[in-house]
Design a protein. Structure first.
Lengths: 274, 307
């Protein structure tokens, strides 16, 4: 799929996500938007997954370790056919399996996530299982930048390098904001590239909201013998003019006017399932 | 009297099974020596994963291995797995229903003189309140071997707590082990003692002492804490007095589990014998047991006093 097709899909899924949040009156708007281009490239172009057979043994493994950015992820899974799109109406409703974090009762979701700092360890285990059983699937783990405060992330970073898991990808949604404000004034992460490099990872950086850059990264050649880290520089609230780079939109819910402003900015008329 | 440490029976059995089943993995946290997994690591390196001193990572990695179709047994000191990595156990294993077997060795006060940092006396309470895991405390070597054979075939996540020291052998080799079904090892009409883990053989000795006094005591080995054998607990209550004995804090463990059943379905006079809710006395595990009355004499005295 080319970059312009992916851009259209990403905006459609952004519209789905903001509609889910608007209807449910709850959600994590900012992070859902920043990570959406990464998820779009992965699920429409990169990952070897089969909606008709979600547990296909050779599937690539994906983990949204920053589980609070679930809305766009669910919209993508529904659009790819893992579950009916109409079910998006039940997001955060009583009794729904579409809760506010990834739930592996939903086809296509491997492991429940949401408590930060868990995903990379699980991804290490998935990648290691592939190595030990002679399968060639890859494990992709998307983390938030604020999430990197969890010490368990760095335990897993050591393990991934120790086990030379070149089938493991850690993608950091580097939007620069966490719930209290900028990461650098909350718990400084820089020199982030230096940290991952020092831990033994192959590190690249790109604009994480640029489809062309993401395609180039995922289809590029990556060195053998080391796990891979992509620091994807993104904008929190990306695509929603009223929310971009504003910390209060970490989990703010749009008004009716803002929903319509979002549709206009995204170039969509609305969503068919709502 | 034959004795064997549960961990020895576990690792011997796991190695035997893993030779035939390449999906069986052992995961360690710089714990291959304390668990006695060195032979496993040397003989089956492709089925052994070393995580270093990183219990949170080890539980998560094990969940990932399970996702890849493997059957990991993650093995290390019980005190670290159930507390340091409690959230990984809750989310990555229990909530996600990952087929991970968590093997906590040197549980209870096995590391007695090392102090409370190395005691696992809250683990049953923690695991009981964490949905999704079966919970086992085997009483001796043969039962541990049988349990290991069950775990190797089971698809359910589980937590197993074992002691460090050699304990008297109660069961015959090849004895039948049914998860969730307590074993009544002795029958008496005057009182019932329900014990788990290393306390079972001590409870049997206590019953012999009481028999000399003309007090007939039933002894139950409650090797499975989840799923709990409620029928056996209700049967024990027919004696009119139930004493639970465990190497665990008196809150939230076997005693709590039994009390929950009896108070709701068959209110019965009972006592909970375990480790008190305090900074524990220090010494070898035997000396700690002696201090708190977790001995044949202590159990017998409690039955005489309260039945």
């Amino acid at each position: 799929m080319n970059a312009s097709e992916l851009r259209i899909l990403a905006n459609l899924r952004r519209a789905d996500a903001i509609t889910m949040i608007y209807r449910a009156k709850t959600g994590h708007t900012g992070g859902a938007m920043s990570v959406l281009d990464i998820l779009t490239v992965l699920y429409y172009d990169v990952l070897n997954v089969r909606p008709d057979m979600p547990l296909y043994p050779d599937r690539d493994r994906f983990l949204l370790s920053k589980g609070h950015s679930v809305e766009g992820y669910l919209a993508i899974l529904a659009d790819r056919g893992f579950f009916p799109k109409e079910e998006l109406r039940t997001f955060s409703q009583a009794g729904s399996r579409l809760i506010g974090h990834p739930n592996n009762a939903i086809p296509g979701i491997e492991v429940c996530t949401g408590a930060l700092g868990h995903g990379l360890s699980v991804g290490v285990g998935m990648a290691l299982a592939a190595k030990r059983t002679g399968r060639d699937y890859r494990a992709y783990v998307v983390m938030g930048d604020g999430e990197l405060g969890e010490g368990s992330v760095w335990e897993a970073a050591m393990a991934g390098a120790n086990d030379r898991l070149d089938n493991l990808y850690a993608i950091i949604d580097r939007n620069g904001l966490q719930i209290s404000g900028p990461t650098e004034s909350t718990m400084a992460l820089e020199d982030l590239r230096g940290k991952w490099t020092a831990f033994g990872w192959d590190v690249c950086e790109c604009d994480g909201n640029d489809m062309q850059a993401l395609l180039a990264y995922f289809h590029g050649a990556h060195p053998a013998g080391r796990p891979h880290c992509l620091i994807a520089h993104t904008v929190k609230g990306k695509g929603l003019p009223f929310a971009e780079n504003r910390k209060e939109w970490h989990h703010k819910v749009p008004s009716e006017e803002q929903l319509q402003a979002a549709y206009a900015a995204l170039g969509v008329g609305g969503v068919e399932w709502a | 009297m034959n004795t064997e440490a549960a961990r020895i029976a576990f690792t011997r059995t796991l190695l035997e099974l893993a030779r035939e089943d390449p999906s069986l993995f052992a995961v360690a946290t710089d714990s291959r020596g304390s668990v006695t997994l060195t032979d496993f690591a040397d003989e089956l390196p492709n089925q052994f994963v070393e995580c270093g001193i990183a219990e949170q990572d080890a539980i998560g990695i094990s969940a990932g291995l399970a996702n890849g179709g493997l059957r990991p047994f993650v093995c290390g000191p019980a005190c670290f797995y159930t507390l340091r990595s409690a959230e990984q156990v809750k989310v990555d294993v229990g909530y996600s229903h990952a087929n991970v077997k968590i093997i906590g060795v040197s549980g209870g006060v096995s590391y007695g003189a090392l102090g409370s940092t190395h005691h696992a006396t809250q683990d049953i309470a923690l695991m009981r309140a964490t949905p999704g895991l079966e919970i086992f405390l085997p009483a001796d070597g043969p039962q541990t071997a049988a349990l290991t054979r069950y775990l190797a075939k089971s698809d359910a996540p589980a937590y197993v707590r074992m002691g460090r020291a050699a304990v008297p052998t109660i069961y015959d080799d090849g004895a039948r082990f049914i998860p969730g079904q307590a074993n009544r090892l002795r029958s008496g009409r005057d009182a019932a003692v329900i014990a788990c883990g290393e306390m079972v053989s001590i409870a049997l000795e206590a019953a012999k002492l009481l028999a000399c006094d003309g007090i007939g005591v039933s002894v139950y080995d409650m090797h499975t804490i989840r799923p709990l054998d409620e029928a056996a607990i209700l049967e024990a209550a027919d004696t009119g007095f139930v004493l639970t004995v465990e190497e665990h804090n008196i809150h939230g463990g076997l005693g709590g589990a039994v009390a929950e059943v009896l108070s709701q379905y068959k209110p019965t006079r009972m006592r909970i014998l375990g480790l008190p809710d305090e900074k524990l006395y220090s010494g070898t595990s035997g000396e700690v047991f002696e201090h708190y009355g977790l001995t044949p004499q202590g159990i017998a005295q409690t039955v005489r006093q309260w039945r």
